[in-house]
Design a protein around this ligand. Structure first.
Ligand SMILES: [Cu+2]
Length: 248
């Protein structure tokens, strides 16, 4: 028993040194689990995923092309779209090797973008697609640092509802964690491909739509606060960056 605990600790500490950052590792959609791209494995051999490629390292420049869907952010061979009914929940997990998310200060945000041509895999330039925000949590009024959820704890998972009224089609989903603990700010975006099904007929108006890169600037209050968020008076009035949430 003692030996196995020691071994577990060795594995644990080894893992923390490797997994200092991270991203979305699994999507659970309508009771189906979709494994994510494994950033520490070779790209060769990874296929048939809904998630686009990424790297564990964060991105600091809001104007970088990495802000769209992380480093490379390309579909793997055999990439497909996970079916999801409008109104259903998408559960994303940041778990890796039994560790949850390692950063505890910052918002978690989810966006959707309609894929032109009806196939998210064949978009020539993902910087061109238009995103709308469907959920945001964390560092808002009423959330204190160290609170129960909203990325103030180690986030194992986060649930987001696909707006019930959203019209069917192929969509990219973009989850993002922003680490505000230090300056510069650290962005962790991840993208995956969805096929939204249902009878919805709604789509957000232009004032809800943004581009990545383009949606954020280092002077946005919710980003400029990076490195200073432990001053409680600021965090209680935190403004999540990006457009208003569209609920359908
Ligand atoms: Cu990190």
């Amino acid at each position: 028993m003692k030996l196995s605990i020691s071994l577990a600790l060795v594995v644990a500490f080894t893992s923390t040194t490797v997994f200092v950052h991270g991203g979305v590792t699994t999507y659970i959609i309508d009771n189906t689990s979709y494994p994510g791209y494994v950033w520490y494995d070779p790209l060769d051999g990874q296929k048939d995923l809904i998630q686009r490629t990424w790297d564990q390292n964060p991105h600091t420049d809001p104007l970088s092309s990495n802000l769209t869907c992380n480093y490379h952010g390309t579909p793997v061979p055999g990439a497909f779209h996970a079916p999801v009914r409008a109104g259903s929940t998408i559960r994303t997990s940041w778990n890796q090797n039994s560790f949850g998310w390692v950063h505890t200060v910052g918002p978690v945000i989810a966006y959707l973008a309609s894929c032109p041509g009806g196939d998210c895999s064949t978009i020539a330039n993902i910087a061109d697609i238009s995103w709308f925000k469907i959920a945001e949590e964390g560092l808002r009024k009423g959330f204190a640092l160290g609170g129960p959820r909203g990325l103030n704890t180690r986030t194992d998972y986060w649930d987001v509802v696909v707006p019930l009224g959203l019209k069917p089609g192929k969509y990219m989903v973009r989850h993002e964690i922003i680490n505000l603990e230090l300056a510069p700010v650290l962005f962790y975006p991840n993208c995956a491909q969805l096929e939204v099904q249902g009878e919805g007929e709604s789509f957000p108006a232009d004032n809800f739509l943004v581009k990545f890169p383009g949606a954020y600037s280092t002077s946005d209050p919710g980003i400029a606060i990076s490195g200073k968020v432990k001053q409680d008076k600021f965090t209680k009035n935190y403004t999540v960056p990006g457009p208003k949430v569209w609920t359908g």
